[in-house]
Design a binder for this molecule. Structure first.
Ligand code: NAD
Length: 489
């Protein structure tokens, strides 16, 4: 590899285990959301850079005959385990880089680095346990199925959890035997460039993992449309997700879409409110609400509505917002446009007289140029209001009461999204009824894990997308099934 480069001083892609300058020589600023100031530059990739990366990946795969394509599942698992260890050894460096670029509090950046290592461990262990079946068929014949990698997979990654989303999609895809081309978000990609370097050091052959940085409309669009890509994994906004799916469909390329949500927490009067309050608050303020599975709607049975508003409001009013590396409860939003988006929603709340029940505090020494928004609890939000329907992607919780289980279910299912739901009740029959009738990809009963653990399949329905990542299920998405029928008499 070229020497003298670090993740914060270079303007290079990572292609074929080498640092490569953009074909057009252009670069982009990276802004620190905590003070709004540029602190690094990245390469501004375009279609020519994507071509180069796809070529490198296809060479590593070579229809199963390349250095990566012919590697055994056991060897792939060993390499992933080595990479997991390298990530663990460098958690402080990676976590700090993640916090600096995304604005998330340092403890969250460090947790994300550990989660990345855990993804690699999980998929390292799974790599050689992915096998097919035999199928009873005609006399004199044996039929078997085998799971094969697609070949070369494309991964378009957002800025909210770069390392975690990289872990869950690229980790699974590599374990399944694909070579990967990754286009991270332009706002936050430095940690991933560093991880690619660690992968090369761990012994991944050239071309197995390639990263092209740049804008979505340039490098991202080129990747989604590239005919050398056999599967695309996309996480981001519904609008961009549709554009990616259309581009991929032109060459009949399968796509996994993870597009966000408006996930409800349903709190019934018999719930343990001591357990409810901290979890509900964390589910909306984690990562400043910029989490696809944020618990952004709070539906509460009328009998305990005032008490829940009072207790959740009190907890939110205690929260302090400040620079990422100062490790307050909440960090800044990713960029000015995202802050403006949240302000627009809050202005609309004011116009429509939706009451603010509580707000946290931005610390006095937070730079004026940073993108800070105090966590906000809105109460009595009309169910059809954009505050209750749209993904705000900020620390804004929309609360509303319900009268009975039927209304709770109607409200919960009544948005264009269906990603995650939380149900809080001691009634076992109600737990199961709702778990079955909630139209979404994950249901948590008396707990809420935004996105859940690494082992838990994750993904949505409706405008939250389709396909599943995480857990063993993800390996199925990153493979294709071949049926082999042998006549032997
Ligand atoms: P986005 O969907 O535009 O960006 C996500 C990724 O897609 C980035 O890597 C981006 O460069 C790339 N991209 C953008 N345009 C592309 C195109 N035409 N073709 C291919 N790739 C493209 O998201 P955003 O603009 O950064 O954020 C806007 C909204 O998206 C947020 O307010 C939020 O609602 C949602 N979002 C959701 C998630 C999630 O985890 N589900 C993550 C980020 C953003």
């Amino acid at each position: 590899m070229d020497g003298g480069w670090t993740a914060t001083t270079g303007t290079h892609h990572f292609i074929g285990n080498r640092w490569v300058v953009s074909s057009n020589g252009q670069s982009l600023e990276v802004i620190d959301p905590s003070d709004g100031q540029p602190f690094a530059r990245i390469a501004r990739g375009n279609a020519a850079d994507i071509d180069l990366a796809v070529l490198a990946a296809r060479g590593a795969w070579s229809d199963g005959a390349g250095d990566w394509g012919r590697m055994s599942a056991t060897e792939r698992g060993r390499l992933l385990m080595k990479l997991a260890q390298r990530v663990l050894d460098r958690c402080d460096e990676l976590g700090t880089l993640e916090s600096r670029t995304t604005g998330k509090p340092l403890k969250q950046g460090l947790a994300d680095a550990r989660a990345l290592a855990r993804y690699f461990e999980y998929y390292a262990g799974a790599a050689d346990k992915l096998h097919g079946e035999t199928i009873p068929y005609s006399a004199g014949m044996t039929v078997l199925t085998i799971r094969e990698p697609h070949g070369v997979t494309g991964h378009i990654i957002p800025w909210n959890y770069p390392m975690q989303i990289f872990g869950r999609s690229v980790g699974a895809s590599l374990a399944a035997g694909n070579a990967c081309v990754v286009k991270p978000a332009e706002d936050a990609c430095l940690s991933l460039l560093r991880v690619a370097e660690l992968a090369a050091e761990a012994g991944f052959p050239a071309g197995a993992l390639n990263i092209v940085t740049g804008l979505g409309s340039e490098a991202g669009a080129a990747l989604a449309a590239h005919r050398g890509i056999d599967h695309v994994s996309f996480t981001g906004s519904p609008v961009t997700g549709s554009a990616v799916a259309v581009a991929a469909a032109r060459h009949h390329c399968p796509v996994t879409l993870e597009l966000g949500g408006k996930s409800p927490q349903l709190v019934f009067a018999d719930a343990d409110l001591d357990a409810v309050v901290p979890v509900v608050v964390n589910a909306i303020v984690q990562n400043a609400g910029q989490t696809c599975s944020a618990g952004s709607r709070l539906l509460v049975e009328r009998a305990v509505y005032e008490e829940v508003i009072e207790r959740v409001g009190h907890a939110i009013s205690q929260l302090r917002v400040g620079p990422a590396l100062a490790d307050h409860d909440v960090g800044p939003l990713i960029r000015q446009s995202q802050l403006q988006r949240v302000w627009d929603f809050l202005s609309q709340a004011q116009v429509d007289q939706v009451p603010i029940a509580a707000q946290g505090t931005v610390v006095d020494d937070a730079p004026q140029t940073g993108y800070y928004q105090a966590p906000t609890l809105l109460r009595d939000v009309p169910p059809a209001h954009p505050l209750a329907q749209d993904e705000i992607f900020g620390p804004v919780l929309a609360a509303m009461p319900f009268e009975d289980e039927a209304e709770a279910l109607r409200l919960a299912n009544g948005t264009p999204f269906g990603l995650v739901a939380g149900v809080w009740t001691r009634d076992g029959a109600r737990q199961m009824r709702l778990a079955r009738r909630l139209h979404c990809g994950q249901v948590f009963i008396n707990n809420y894990g935004a996105g859940g653990g690494i082992e838990l399949p994750f993904g949505g329905v409706k405008s939250s997308g389709y396909g599943r990542e995480k857990g063993f299920e993800a390996l199925l998405a990153f493979t294709t099934l071949k049926t082999i029928a042998i006549k032997h008499g």
